[in-house]
Design a protein around this ligand. Structure first.
Ligand SMILES: *Cc1c(COP(=O)(O)O)cnc(C)c1O
Length: 230
């Protein structure tokens, strides 16, 4: 495959992130780019890595495991951003550095129990269903405190922050409302519960500008880097 279009898109995305950050008076170094490589072959991940990208996000364990194996020679930071299923927690705990969409106490306990001892604690964001859509994963805002408190006490997990996604097709005002609500929830839980959440995982190809202006620390970008998925 010809590397240059992919590398050009990656460069363009990094520029856009930096420009959005500056327009909101933020320092671009405070925003980590997670390249979402679901459906894309290991070969393309290698090209992005060679162009300087270190963090990659995958949604489906069965798809991710062979790619992680194939790329084991590279010091990639792997982020599991998909919905968690109970029968997949062992492999998630063993193969990934971060989980973005934790949404149940049961999965939190399993991930902590199954995180191999020789690895550092698994970095965790709790997914919050801010919009209240029934089809959406995540815990309700009013239940988030209970789950974040639990994660903070589990020995093999490290609570890092919150994650959310606005409804598909949201306009910019709606995106700001949802991302802003996640930031306020994070700040309130830190203050009231004595938690130390430093991360907000929010922003995809279509809504990264609003997310960055609402203090995202990690944006999860697929299409804008790798092109449209089939
Ligand atoms: C697919 C996916 C992304 C990336 O979406 P794009 O619109 O392709 O940038 C981000 N986060 C999650 C949870 C996803 O499933």
């Amino acid at each position: 495959m010809n590397a240059s279009p992919l590398v050009a898109r990656l460069t363009q995305v990094k520029k856009r992130i930096a420009n959005f950050a500056r327009s909101c008076e933020r320092d671009p170094v405070d925003i980590q780019l997670i390249a979402v490589s679901k459906t894309r072959p290991a070969e393309e991940i290698r090209i992005a890595f060679e162009a300087g990208q270190r963090a990659f996000g995958e949604n489906y364990l069965q798809e991710a495991l062979p790619k992680i194996r194939e790329l084991a020679d590279l010091p990639i930071e792997w982020h599991f951003i998909g919905r968690i299923q109970s029968n997949k927690t062992r492999d998630i705990a063993a193969r990934f550095h971060w989980v973005h969409a934790l949404a149940s106490a049961k999965h939190a306990r399993r991930l902590s129990e199954q995180r191999p001892n020789e690895l550092p604690p698994l970095q965790v964001c709790v997914q919050v269903n801010v919009s209240g859509e029934t089809s959406k994963g995540g815990v309700a805002p009013e239940e988030t405190g209970e789950l974040t408190r639990l994660v903070a006490t589990l020995p093999r997990l490290r609570l890092r922050g919150l994650m959310t996604m606005p409804p598909a097709g949201s306009n910019e005002a709606e995106q700001h409302r949802i991302f802003g609500a996640l930031r306020k929830l994070r700040d309130r839980l830190n203050a009231e519960e004595g938690l130390e959440m430093d991360s907000l995982s929010m922003g995809m190809s279509g809504d990264m500008e609003a997310a960055i202006c609402e203090d995202a620390t990690m944006v999860r970008i697929g299409t804008a880097i790798f092109g449209p998925r089939q």
